[in-house]
Design a protein. Sequence first.
Length: 276
Amino acid sequence: MCSFEGSSFDSSLTLPNRYNGSLEIKKLSEHINHLLQELNNQHQQVKRQQQAKHDFLLHLSHDLKTPLTSLLGYIDTWLLSPPNERQPEYIEYAANSGQNLQQLLSQLLELAALENGQISAQIKQINLRELLLDLNQTFAPRAKKLGIRLQFNITDELQVYTDPQLMRRILNNLVDNALRYTPKDGTITIYSETLNGQTWLAVKDTGAGMHKHEVDALKQLSMQQLTFSPEQPLPQLGVGLAIVRQLLGILKCRINIDSQPGTGSCFHIELLSSSH
């Protein structure tokens, strides 16, 4: 045991396998090795969580810095301009940047509440088409301003079981993310589909697409992980998609993602057509 002093958990720690004595000593050494392995596994998990949080905070700082820099830049330009040359567009651009910054901060507070387990699901039967009509009213003006076609192909009165507020947050974040990364004249389509008797809701865009590590981070929702746990590491995603990942865990919904850089993305969300 004295040989472990100063040892690092970066390497696997085990007792020397050189016992020829009693059965009790042999069993004791096996138990110690088992505990050492458990400690090493927990240590590695903590390291992964710390690295994931570090990467996420770096990503977040970039997301916050961009609208803040834009906000201050337009205000400074307006202030430095002669009074008779101050263009009102500068204030409009600054206001838009301020709204983006406010949205990011609100999302950050929501993510903190999710991480702390302060949000739970209230499942009930809802009309999916009505929820999507509300979503269309929210994003249609912005999509028109950006020159992006926003299409909702939901014609049936589809009844599903979910928490309407949480599902609306998921869809809000997915559509908002699609609008951010879809170029002018692009298309965002929201539609339902039935595959092997299971109903899915798809959000498809013609935007920049996602890299494999981003897709893998968002899909870390195996059936064993669907129950929300505050101990889960933060994914290496933007704030909006990180919120989507946590909300899907609360609703115990699967997500399938088809995406490659430069080809757009399609998010398929599992919907429950019964209360079980």
